[in-house]
Structure formats: structure tokens, C-alpha cells
Ligand binder design. Structure first.
Ligand SMILES: [Zn+2]
Length: 341
């Protein structure tokens, strides 16, 4: 399958008037120095194929995005801010992850960090990779395996977690199901590996306040080694709940660049549960859903601005005199300390 990445990018990079306005307002509000602890980079040469699962998923929108691409789009997304980044390769099967890891380890700008991508089919490679001096975290992915994982140990193998814990390499965990449905699985892993440091990506994946979310967050926060990244989460309510239960010292800004260049809205599909709808006919869009729910996305903006706005909203609910320090922590200081930037 040929994915028209250049067309997708060209569309993404043309700001709508409301995005220009949001950009101005949000950049004025954000601190001057930022750390993005969740973004993806690899070259088109690293893509051998894209597995079926990923082809039907938004994660295949931009199968490649180089370090230069992120530099080129810096101004549009961050203006004059100084941004340091934690990069990882894309996560679908068919990417040559060994080469992509090597690319990031060799070519990432000095001062940036790398989360290497581990391979469940090669434990010794993965365990060795974590010893690389530039490795700051380990990423593995639930739908890299086929069929996609139901449980954390299906893809983050215990032998690998053991080594990550021993080497004190944090893992970036995109749960196989959203947190309300995988909390027991998560708690089991946390009790098996009590010293393992864990970043729960996407605030645990819930883009809306679901029943059970507060309970799940409350159970997980008991383990001090767990922090959360904000990647692609558009909900001020979820963000605010996470801040109140985990505290602002355990939340770190992540963008999921380049996926935050997609303009999408989360909604509750009557049969399929939480889904997203977009304003653009990407290859993974279900045309029936698009016909039924496309109107929800008529005035949608980039997920990038939605996520910034959600953080800003959530921070605005905090006591006034704590707001400045909170955003400084979320956008910079927490990740600096956690990953040793
Ligand atoms: Zn991601």
C-alpha cells in the first residue's frame, strides 16, 4: 500500500485561521523551554512494509518522519520556544526497527534523548540495546505483535522488564486496552517489578471521563514509579483528573508528533465504543463512520492545539498561585528530572 505522506503533510501544515489564533494564544501561555517526551522519528528507507493492523489505524498516517522534518516544523508548532525531545521510532511491524534505532542513536541532536524500540522476538537484542549510552527509555508496542496484545506481558516480556528494572531504564507503556480495562494487568506488572519506572503514555489512553477512571488512577498512583505523558489527549477533564490524583509532578508533556498533526475528534460510537473521526479522508478512515459522524469534525483543529488547550484548561483549575510552577513542571522540569535531560 502506498501512503500519500507528502499530501497528508501538506494538508496538515496549512493552518486554518482558528489554528493560527490558537497557536498565538497557546504559545504566549506556554513556558519558554519545553521537553517533548513522546515523539516518533524514522526514515522512509526504514519502512519495509506496514502490517495490516497498522494500515487500518491512524498510527500509519505518517509511517516516516525524519529528524529534519521535526526541525522544519518546529516553528509552526512551537514558534520561538526551545524544545528538547525524546524520540522513538514508529511502532508498526514492517518498520526495520534495528536500523531505525541505530538512526536515532547516531543522529539525534546532542541534548535530545532516545527511547529505543524493543523487539519481543529478540530478547537479547533488546536487553543489549538498553545498555547503549544514549538510551533513555524503552518503548515496545501492543500491536507490534500479531494478533495484537491483550496483556502487557504479551509484548513487554518479563525477561525484558527484569533487565529494564535492573538497568533503571524507564519503559514507555501504551496499554493494550485503555486504563479502566487494563488496570489489573498494570497493577500486576507494577507489583512484579516494584522498582521499574513507567511512563503511562497518553494519560492511560482515555480521551474522555469514563466510569472507573478516577478509581483506576487512584490505584495506580500508589506506585511512585509511575508517571504519565499527555500525548494526544484532548480532554481538559481527563487532564485535570490526572493532575488532581497524581499531582503535577507526575505529568509530562508529550506530543506524539507527527500524529498530533491530524485533526480529529474523539466520540462515542454506539457499537464500537470510543473512536475518532477526522476532517480528511486518510487511508485508515472507515467510510461508513465518516458518513455518519464526519460532521463532528467539521471545525476540528490539530490534535496538537487540542492537547495544549486541555493542559491549559486543567492548569487553570489549579490554585492561581500554583499555576506558573505547574506548567513549568509539566512542560519541562518533570521530564528533565525523569529522563535526565
Ligand atoms: Zn506515540
Amino acid at each position: 500500500m502506498k501512503i500519500p505522506v507528502e499530501e497528508y503533510l501538506a494538508y496538515a501544515l496549512l493552518l486554518k485561521p482558528e489554528e493560527k489564533k490558537l497557536r498565538e494564544d497557546l504559545l504566549a501561555w506556554m513556558p519558554e523551554r519545553i521537553i517533548d517526551c513522546h515523539m516518533h522519528c524514522n526514515l522512509s528507507d526504514h519502512v519495509a512494509y506496514i502490517n495490516k493492523n497498522a494500515q487500518g489505524h491512524m498510527l500509519s498516517t505518517f509511517p516516516y518522519y525524519s529528524i529534519e522534518d521535526s526541525a522544519r516544523n518546529h516553528w509552526l508548532l512551537y514558534g520561538e520556544k526551545k524544545v528538547r525531545r525524546l524520540r522513538m521510532p514508529k511502532t508498526f511491524r514492517g518498520l526495520q526497527h534495528r536500523v531505525a534505532n541505530e538512526y536515532l542513536l547516531r543522529h539525534s541532536p546532542v541534548g535530545d534523548k532516545i527511547a529505543v524500540f524493543g523487539l519481543p522476538e529478540d530478547i537479547s537484542y533488546t536487553n543489549e540495546l538498553m545498555r547503549h549510552p544514549r538510551c533513555a527509555a524503552l518503548k515496545m508496542y501492543w500491536s507490534y505483535i500479531d494478533p495484537p496484545a491483550q496483556k502487557i506481558y504479551d509484548f513487554f516480556l518479563p525477561e525484558i522488564l527484569e533487565e529494564a528494572q535492573a538497568l533503571d531504564v524507564p519503559i514507555i507503556l501504551h496499554l493494550p486496552k485503555m486504563i479502566v480495562r487494563s488496570v489489573d494487568d498494570l497493577l500486576q506488572m507494577l507489583s512484579d517489578f516494584p522498582k521499574l519506572r513507567v511512563v503511562l503514555a497518553h494519560l492511560g489512553l482515555s480521551k474522555m471521563l469514563l466510569p472507573g477512571l478516577a478509581e483506576a488512577f487512584s490505584l495506580v498512583r500508589e506506585n511512585d514509579n509511575v508517571v504519565l505523558d499527555t500525548a494526544l489527549n484532548p480532554s481538559g477533564d481527563v487532564m485535570s483528573l490526572a493532575m488532581s490524583l497524581f499531582g503535577v509532578s507526575r505529568i509530562m508533556f508529550g506530543s506524539d508528533e507527527p500524529l498530533q498533526l491530524i485533526r480529529s475528534v474523539a466520540y462515542q460510537h454506539p457499537e464500537k465504543g470510543e473512536r475518532i473521526v477526522t476532517d480528511y479522508p486518510y487511508h485508515w478512515v472507515d467510510s461508513d463512520d465518516q458518513k455518519r459522524f464526519g460532521h463532528l469534525a467539521s471545525s476540528v483543529v490539530h490534535a496538537h492545539w487540542q492537547s495544549f488547550a486541555a493542559i491549559k484548561d486543567a492548569v487553570s483549575y489549579l490554585a492561581q498561585h500554583t499555576q506558573k510552577a505547574a506548567k513549568q513542571k509539566i512542560f519541562h522540569d518533570n521530564a528533565e528530572a525523569f529522563f535526565g535531560f
